[in-house]
Every structure is written in structure tokens, then in C-alpha cells.
Design a protein. Structure first.
Length: 165
């Protein structure tokens, strides 16, 4: 659903699984850090709110959004986590660089979801301008970090429920 019709921070807390026994990794792009820092703060706060222990939230940084793929892969392979949230922000400029980075990260995160038995959560803002990024990182459309944290909790729960059957 388009963000214009749905606030990224809106969710029914009754439908969010308890994260007490979950270990969540968050890999964050340093590029556009005013935006990605807001995404990280919201994701972290939401995970804590839903029971994930501070010591079970592993956060690491990569230089840019394209590097989120590598960072997420190594976080999974070396940290024993239940899900990875990849947070970044690409703002359209005057060159096709935007298209290549957005496409590459999208494909890379999709590939990680196929290769590994844990969820990789796509938290990449792909916006036409800085205002759109601000609107989606704590502004009038809520915060994509909240949405990513809730998605991670729900997907770990989904995976675990389907293992039991």
C-alpha cells in the first residue's frame, strides 16, 4: 500500500509477537545518516518495546546502501541471529546511480531471503527528494524503522510457527 494511505508507524500491538527470545541484527548505511539514524532509532525502540532484549539487538554500520547486502550476509553468517533489518536511504539525483543502487540492493536483499533460512527485512528508503525521506523517517508518514522492526518480529514468528508443523 502506498505510504500516502498508510502511516509507517501504525500497527496493531496485539498482532505483534513477543520478541523476548529473538536475536535481531540491524545493518545501517552511514550515507544519509540523518535519515538512517532516525530509522535505526525507531527500529531499536520498537524492538525493545516488544520484548527484544538490548543484548539481543546487534547493530553494525556500512558506508552506503549498496553495502547493506554484504553487511547483512556477514551478520547472518557470524552472529547467530534470527532476522536482519537492512536500513538505508537513497535519494534520487541527476544521474542513473539511484536506479543502479536501488535495483542492486533490492535484488541483493531478495537473494538473501532465498539463500538463508532467516528473514531479511528491506528497510531501504528510495525517494525522489530529501523531503520524502524525512517524511518516512519520523515525519508525516511515520517511520520505516518501526515498520521494519514489526516485520522482523512477525517474520521470525512466522518462520518458527512453520517449523513446528
Amino acid at each position: 500500500m502506498a505510504t500516502a494511505y498508510h502511516n509507517l508507524s501504525s500497527y496493531d500491538p496485539e498482532k505483534v509477537p513477543d520478541g523476548t527470545d529473538m536475536k535481531i541484527g540491524i545493518v545501517v548505511s552511514e550515507w544519509n545518516d540523518n535519515i538512517t539514524g532516525s530509522l535505526l532509532a525507531a527500529a531499536h525502540k520498537t524492538l525493545i518495546k516488544h520484548g527484544v532484549k538490548e543484548e539481543n539487538i546487534l547493530i553494525d554500520f556500512v558506508p552506503g546502501s549498496f553495502e547493506l547486502i554484504f553487511g547483512a550476509k556477514h551478520m547472518v553468517e557470524n552472529k547467530g541471529i534470527d532476522a536482519v533489518i537492512a536500513l538505508g536511504c537513497v535519494i534520487k539525483g541527476d544521474t542513473p546511480h539511484f536506479d543502479y543502487v536501488c535495483s542492486g540492493v533490492t535484488q541483493g536483499i531478495a537473494d538473501m531471503n532465498i539463500r538463508y533460512d532467516i528473514p531479511f527485512i528491506f528497510g531501504l528508503l528510495t525517494t525522489d527528494n530529501a523531503q520524502q525521506a524525512e517524511d518516512r523517517s519520523g515525519g508525516r508518514h511515520g517511520n520505516k524503522g518501526d515498520e521494519c522492526a514489526i516485520t522482523a518480529l512477525k517474520m521470525v514468528d512466522f518462520y518458527r510457527r512453520n517449523l513446528e508443523e
